[in-house]
Design a protein around this ligand. Structure first.
Ligand code: NAD
Ligand code: GLY
Length: 359
């Protein structure tokens, strides 16, 4: 077992990484001061796998449990699903003495977290991430929210969980596509923040792709450590935290253009990183050898590297909808060599040129 701390003054919490830890959820919720009713938000797929063990653990610790399901998929990370969750809260009597448990991947985590942030002006919540992507990234750091047809995550709140409980065993039921999608966010940390981690990912690909337990624990632990450091330095993204959006400017645009139904988030980020490393090289921040190295790592992990066909104007509009844009200028995250970040500012048109999407 490993326990990490996210130190954010009165918003501090622990990340528990342990095989089989779902069964300890109730006890751990008690330890962090939860009381009353637990509103467990999940989707049918995850609830059918892990809903019972979570419910049993919470009930054994003396909580009453209301189980709430939202539909499965990024296309449901929206205001309709959120509204239904509020309806379910009202019907179950979820009040200020209750708390929310987000049981699932990043979609459930983001929506459930935002529901908790806004219901009765905020009730506590606990993250129980069950995808690799959620375990290495989205469950940590308190970004919660929903998508808008105009862009990803345009509606949301910074709202920290009281606990993140990572049961690595839940990854056994995750399909390979989703597992690889999570690896895109793992690769991201290496490219912009941690060169030795990048090299570790290069050297241990076979074991990581085979989900060997020691490698799983290592990549989750390392990713959560890096994410915690960044969030502790800049909780509300006034500076450093923006580096975690490496690959996301184009990635989010491709997701939005597909109506949130084509590429999954991690795949879109992988393609976005291919473009981000090209922009970095065009700006003289890294070499062509670095471009090849990043490209090779992404493709060798089985992630997509082909740029989807797009309508130029739609792509420009979608890139412009990025949350990191101010007026015409977008803060674009680059890599300096491998393992260091840099920030640049460009119009969407300049980004298309620098990324080689148009001559
Ligand atoms: P997801 O939540 O859609 O989960 C992927 C699929 O895996 C779903 O079909 C889900 O039902 C299924 N699943 C989940 N756990 C499973 C398990 N253990 N076994 C079998 N199937 C399982 O996708 P995701 O990749 O986890 O999350 C992507 C979302 O996370 C995006 O909306 C993205 O914007 C968000 N995100 C948020 C942050 C943040 O800081 N809040 C960071 C990165 C990504
Ligand atoms: N995944 C981006 C962030 O948490 O800031």
């Amino acid at each position: 077992m490993s326990v990490l701390s996210v130190n954010l003054a009165e918003n501090s919490y622990e990340i528990v990484i342990e095989r089989g830890s779902l069964a300890s959820l109730g006890r751990r919720c008690r330890t962090v001061g939860m009381k009353g009713m637990a509103a467990v938000i999940s989707n049918r797929a995850v609830a059918s796998l892990y809903g019972s063990v979570v419910q049993d653990s919470l009930e054994a610790a003396g909580f009453t449990v209301a189980r709430i399901e939202m539909p499965d998929g990024e296309e449901y990370k929206n205001s309709v699903s959120l509204g239904r969750i509020y309806d379910d809260f009202a019907a179950a009597g979820v009040d200020r003495s209750s708390f929310v448990v987000a049981l699932g991947g990043g979609v459930v985590g983001d929506v459930a977290g935002f529901a908790a942030a806004t219901w009765m002006r905020g009730i506590p919540f606990v993250q129980v991430p069950t995808t690799l992507l959620a375990q290495v990234d989205s469950s940590v750091g308190g970004k919660t929210g929903i998508d808008h047809p105009r862009g990803k995550n345009l509606i949301g709140a910074f709202y920290q969980p009281r606990l993140v409980l990572i049961d690595v065993n839940t990854l056994a039921t995750l399909d390979q596509r989703q597992y690889r999608a999570g690896l895109a966010e793992v690769i991201k940390y290496g490219v912009v923040y941690d060169r030795p981690f990048f090299e570790f990912l290069e050297a241990n690909r076979a074991g990581i792709l085979a989900m060997e337990p020691e490698f799983l624990i290592e990549i989750i632990h390392r990713s959560c450590t890096l994410k915690s450091q960044v969030v502790e330095a800049d909780e509300k993204e006034s500076g450093l935290r923006a580096i975690l959006n490496y690959g996301h400017t184009f990635g989010h645009a491709f997701e939005a253009l597909s109506g949130y139904r084509g590429l999954v988030h991690g795949e879109a980020v992988a393609i976005g990183m291919v473009l981000a490393v090209r922009v970095s090289a065009a700006e003289g921040m890294c070499s062509q050898a670095d471009v090849s190295r990043v490209f090779d790592l992404i493709s060798r992990y089985g992630l997509p590297v082909e740029i989807p066909l797009y309508d130029r104007q739609q792509l420009l509009n979608s890139v412009a909808a990025d949350k990191k844009s101010k007026g015409d200028s977008i803060t674009f995250i680059c890599n300096r060599g491998i393992g260091m970040y840099a920030m640049s500012h460009h119009t969407p048109e300049e980004l298309l040129m620098l990324s080689g999407l148009e001559a």
